[in-house]
Design a protein around this ligand. Structure first.
Ligand SMILES: Cc1cc2nc3c(=O)[nH]c(=O)nc-3n(C[C@H](O)[C@H](O)[C@H](O)COP(=O)(O)O)c2cc1C
Length: 440
């Protein structure tokens, strides 16, 4: 099977024919320019910058120079939504020593960045994006001092292939209560910093997401559906009660982990890694009942099965499926969950691999009610003004698109690495080159 990068419509069509996924396509992309409303906020178009961590904050958790550079590029780009990257709620929940960490002491630095994002967008595009901050605790993947300091929901042999993590690292129920309180406090700080909303992160197998599959954990956070979803539901409810009524409380949710039962959420209990969206649909419905109006949906574990999370043309291994199948899994899974709870607006993920046909595919899904906003991850590192080109030129430039080569992830996985696009952004070409040279 070919692993061609989809630079042209013909290649996309060929990939679709080879894999026979049910991915729709339309040449009418006008729906992407539509305005939508959530509560008191207007969203100017259907294009979103997904949460993309740059691991380039300062030691105190405040945004650094590269952080600012990234967000000003995104804000000039004209997307209707900027989903601001993973920002830790506690120091020990940081995924790396340079992960952003919002607290009272550095609040002003976040305020200043949010203001600059709005000012820049208004000046360049005549409107401001909706800005949602991702509120996280990295759980199993915590590395606040550069070495692993995991806090796990339960031992998972699939994720601990080299030997079980010591049971002292299993987070206690009272520690989870405390983390929930820290997340609610972080939601309130996000409002003070000027964000439009907060995302109680529940994806990619960080703490909240891992709890969703804690089927065999004892106590208040394990076993039944109610217990496994407790941290997310209570943090969402308490955040809604703490912030003002027009501040958005959302979540970025894994509806499918791609790990077999009893180690994955959104999978069939009977057969391997086959998706089963009954529980994700029930959870989204309950979140809607709590007052959630917009949700960002994703899949997979970027450490364990990155081809599920971010389908790639080149990556750390040869996946046993064509990347277009990975894209289809995410987009059709999102559509299925959205059909079950159509009242909640949905942002989709995993479109970058589609390259120049991404706007056409996104527009087809949106027109059919599959989702409401097209979220782009790796694409925004490569092509920060992707939204402007889609909206004003009606297409993406094949010389600017993300080629799904996984170099941004490779930089991120290098200790001290600050990810960006090594192909399209000369600053990061240099960063990537230095990493390669240092390895020699
Ligand atoms: C370098 C890098 C950083 C990322 N940072 C985050 C993050 O902070 N929060 C998050 O939820 N997802 C993060 N992701 C995942 C992306 O948001 C997105 O889900 C994934 O790349 C698939 O979308 P795409 O095909 O548009 O790239 C990151 C991905 C990459 C490659």
């Amino acid at each position: 099977m070919t692993r061609n990068v989809p630079l042209t419509q013909e290649r996309f069509a060929e990939a679709a024919r080879l894999c026979n996924p049910e991915i729709p396509y339309t040449s009418d992309i006008s729906v992407l320019s539509e305005k939508t409303v959530i509560g008191s906020k207007t969203i100017e178009n259907r294009l979103a910058c997904q949460a993309m961590e740059g691991c380039d904050g300062n030691a105190d958790g405040s945004p650094g120079e590269l952080t600012e550079r990234r967000y000003l590029r995104f804000s000039r780009g004209g997307a209707g939504i900027i989903w601001f990257e993973a920002t830790a709620c506690t120091e020990n929940g940081r995924a790396n020593p340079r992960q952003l960490y919002l607290n009272e002491k550095n609040l002003d630095s976040f305020k200043s960045l949010v203001n600059k994002i709005r000012e820049t967008a208004l000046r360049e595009n005549g409107y401001v994006p909706l800005i949602i901050m991702q509120n996280t605790h990295s759980g199993r993947y915590s590395k606040p001092n550069g070495k692993a300091e995991p806090l796990i929901a339960y031992n998972n042999p699939l994720l601990e292939a080299s030997g079980p993590i010591d049971s002292s690292r299993i987070v206690s129920d009272s520690d989870i209560d405390t983390i929930g309180e820290a997340m609610v406090k972080n939601s309130a700080l996000a409002e003070k910093a000027g964000f439009d909303g907060v995302d109680i992160k529940c994806c990619h197998r960080y703490l909240n997401s891992e709890l969703l599959s804690a089927y065999n954990r004892e106590g208040r956070y394990g076993g039944c559906f109610e217990n496994r979803t407790r941290l997310l539901r209570e943090t969402v409810r308490n955040s809604i009660q703490t912030v003002s009524s027009d501040f958005i409380v959302s979540t970025r949710l894994n509806i499918y982990d791609g790990l077999p039962y009893p180690y994955g959420f959104g999978v069939s209990e009977k057969s391997g890694t086959e998706p089963d969206f009954d529980e994700p649909e029930r959870l989204v419905d309950e979140l809607h009942t709590l007052g959630m109006r917009i949700i960002n949906i994703t899949m997979g574990n970027p450490y364990f099965n990155p081809h599920v999370n971010r389908p790639f043309s080149m990556g750390p291994y040869q996946a046993d499926e064509h990347p277009v199948e990975g894209v289809a899994r995410v987009l059709n899974g999102i559509s299925e969950v959205h059909a079950a709870v159509p009242e909640i607006k949905v942002i989709a993920s995993a479109l970058s691999w589609l390259g120049v046909v991404a706007p056409n595919v996104a527009a087809a899904y949106i027109s059919a009610g599959g989702f409401d906003y097209a979220g782009f991850g790796r694409m925004i590192f490569a092509y920060p003004d992707f939204a402007r080109d889609i909206l004003t030129k009606g297409s993406l430039d094949s010389k600017k698109i993300c080629i799904a080569c996984s170099k941004c992830t490779e930089i991120m996985r290098t200790p001290g690495g600050t990810p960006g696009c090594a192909i399209r952004d000369p600053l990061y070409t240099e960063i990537y080159r230095n990493i390669k040279n240092n390895r020699k």
